[in-house]
Design a protein around this ligand. Structure first.
Ligand SMILES: NC(=O)c1ccc[n+]([C@@H]2O[C@H](COP(=O)([O-])OP(=O)(O)OC[C@H]3O[C@@H](n4cnc5c(N)ncnc54)[C@H](OP(=O)(O)O)[C@@H]3O)[C@@H](O)[C@H]2O)c1
Length: 285
């Protein structure tokens, strides 16, 4: 059985390839792909096949996917273009004879107000209508997303947001990657499954302040703002209006509990508890 992984030049895809290798999957049966294969040379040195694959270039996708039984489609990072890009990848998988597509989606993608969900929902719909066997990994939030709060806390002893008492059931990016590798090693066991993957513990921003305080050895305060105050603080710190509104919208989603569900599915796939947010942030320090 062979596996092709997209986005292997990025954080998650690379960790998935590393996860497959460390879980004993033969390197010669893995193809790591990205737009710039120069970023994949160390994987090639370890026996992994590498290939160029650009979601905007269907020919490159078809060539890269040929011969693979299973595709891990890591969702792209170009927000607004992803539905067409993912459609290209799913269509290329079908044309290349790939039997099973595993897609990294977002929490409760088909039933959430999460601002990032619509492209994931549309991709899930394309995939489930494709006739291919599929598995959907609805990845929760990465703990690494809170690196900027760590930096703010380190500099100012405080950080701002507009998430209120909302909780985040985050896990380490590596946890999600290892779970993807588990699925890719035995895709038939996950055929048709939609896995809602989250960290085992859901924390508030006030909890995050306490965690950062312990890590930094100083008092850290979370200052909760309303949405407009948050946008003003972000634009005042140099963000453009669109990005500031996007960040504030994600905090509103957090406040509304869209990232809070602790499903236990990630730790079940891993066979161990998920990595606590404190451990991920300590590693970032
Ligand atoms: N759950 C979360 O908390 C969370 C947070 C952030 C992102 N995400 C989603 O999860 C995905 C993986 O996360 P990550 O941390 O690995 O993100 P990342 O480090 O930004 O990696 C994104 C990957 O997507 C590739 N990509 C983007 N556009 C592409 C295109 N047109 N054709 C081919 N490849 C393309 C990038 O390739 P290049 O190296 O060529 O740019 C890169 O390999 C992200 O892309 C995003 O959809 C989830």
């Amino acid at each position: 059985m062979s596996v092709v992984v997209t986005g292997a030049t990025g954080h998650l895809g690379r960790l998935v390839v590393e996860g497959l290798l460390s879980q004993g999957f033969p390197a010669e049966r893995v193809t790591a792909t990205g737009r710039n294969t120069a970023k994949l040379t160390d994987l090639a040195d370890r026996g992994v096949r590498t290939a160029r694959a650009d979601y905007a270039d269907p020919t490159s996708l078809k060539e890269a996917f040929r011969g693979a039984d299973t595709l891990l489609l890591v969702s792209g990072s170009e927000v607004g273009q992803r539905v067409e890009q993912h459609r290209n990848a799913i269509e290329a998988a079908r044309e290349a004879g790939v039997a099973h597509v595993v897609y990294t989606s977002a929490p409760r993608a088909t039933d959430t107000t999460l601002v990032l969900a619509p492209e994931h929902k549309a991709t899930e719909e394309i995939l489930t209508a494709s006739g291919l066997t599929y598995t959907i990994l609805r990845n929760g939030w990465y703990s690494e997303n809170y690196a900027s709060q760590l930096e703010q806390a380190r500099e100012h002893g405080s950080f701002v947001g507009s998430a209120g008492q909302g909780r985040v059931a985050s896990a380490a990016r590596r946890d999600f990657a290892e779970a993807a590798a588990v699925v890719l090693r035995d895709p038939a066991a996950h055929a048709g499954a939609v896995h809602e993957l989250s960290g085992d513990t859901a924390w508030t921003y006030a909890d995050l302040a306490d965690t950062l305080g312990e890590l930094l050895g100083r008092e850290v305060v979370y200052r909760d703002l309303d949405t407009e105050e948050h946008v003003a603080a972000l634009t005042g710190a140099g963000l453009d209006e669109g990005t500031a509104r996007f960040v504030a919208a994600l905090d509103a989603n957090t406040r509304d509990g869209e990232l809070s569900a602790t499903t236990g599915e990630l730790s079940r796939l891993l066979g161990r508890p998920t990595t606590p947010v404190a451990e991920t942030l300590r590693a970032l320090l």
